[in-house]
Ligand binder design. Structure first.
Ligand SMILES: NC(=O)c1ccc[n+]([C@@H]2O[C@H](COP(=O)([O-])OP(=O)(O)OC[C@H]3O[C@@H](n4cnc5c(N)ncnc54)[C@H](OP(=O)(O)O)[C@@H]3O)[C@@H](O)[C@H]2O)c1
Length: 260
């Protein structure tokens, strides 16, 4: 069993107010960790802080706003060295192909890729300071398994999560020499406000609490790749390994079905 979570005291988590972020925050609060919680809306962050006022600090910010994030930097070390950063804030906007609008692509990329990258402006120096003190430092990036197969309408979301995963894996290579671990989380469908908007069937949907349990257990075990639920991620892996013409036929058929 890895000591990754055991020796982790102070954690910054984004997108903490709802869904997966909220459930992960609650699980970590229950385990006694100290949290700095970020999202744009103050109220859900305050609700988390009420669970353990001396161990949870709301730090509202839009993660795409570099200036606002800079102002937040001192908060990250309010409890001492920052040992873990969980960059989970994200959005999902679907494209209507009959009404093609590049802004949908830009919105997904801006929140999911640029926003995550901007968080590192302040997170990376803090994690490096933890390392310099001989403390553990882990960066966790919440991506998705959605981009493993070309789903209709997901041009923007899938592209953003493919880019985010590449970003995380390249960071893992760059940060290995410094001993800063980079963990990639790739969930399937999780019931949250984000997916409550979906108007299509979501196979193997799990609850946010179930997702949080798998993420926290994966972190505790020292995993660098956390993908779940297995029935969904293995199906996607197998489909993704088929020859491209078969993938194209399947995804076009799924797109036609969705449009009927
Ligand atoms: N649910 C799924 O099936 C699923 C599957 C795979 C991956 N994921 C990923 O998991 C992560 C969490 O999603 P979720 O399903 O839990 O959805 P969610 O409940 O909508 O959570 C997203 C959170 O991110 C925050 N957020 C969004 N944009 C932000 C910004 N610019 N700055 C700061 N905070 C921002 C939102 O709070 P505010 O609105 O208050 O800012 C919200 O609390 C996302 O990265 C998502 O892509 C979800």
């Amino acid at each position: 069993m890895s000591k990754r979570l055991e020796s982790t005291r102070n954690i910054w988590i984004t997108g903490a107010g709802t869904g997966i972020g909220e459930a992960v925050s609650k699980a970590l609060i229950e385990q006694g960790h100290r949290l700095i919680v970020t999202g744009r809306r103050q109220q859900p962050l305050d609700a988390l802080a009420q669970l353990a006022p001396d161990r949870v600090t709301p730090a509202p910010a839009d993660t795409t706003d570099a200036e606002r994030l800079q102002a937040l930097a001192p908060e990250l070390e309010r409890y001492g060295a920052l040992n873990m950063v969980i960059l989970n804030a994200g959005t999902c906007e679907y494209l209507e192909i009959a009404d093609y609008d590049s802004q949908i692509i830009a919105n997904n990329l801006n929140t999911n890729v640029v926003g995550t990258a901007r968080c590192l402006d302040i997170a990376l120096p803090a994690l490096r300071r933890a390392k310099a003190k001989g403390e553990p430092a882990t960066l966790v990036i919440v991506s998705s398994s959605a981009w493993w197969f070309p789903f209709a309408r997901a041009e923007g979301y899938g592209a953003s999560k493919a880019a985010l995963t590449y970003f995380a894996h390249a960071l893992r290579a760059d940060l290995a020499a410094e001993g800063i671990d980079v963990v990639v989380v790739s969930p399937g469908f999780v019931k949250t406000p984000l997916t409550d908007r979906n108007d299509f069937p979501m196979p193997f949907l799990v609850s946010a609490e179930d997702a949080a349990d798998r993420i926290v257990k994966g972190l505790a075990r020292g995993r660098n790749e956390i993908a779940f639920p297995k029935r969904f991620t293995w199906t996607l892996r197998l489909l993704g390994a088929l020859p491209r013409p078969i993938i194209d036929r399947m995804s076009a058929a799924m797109a036609r079905q969705g449009n009927n």
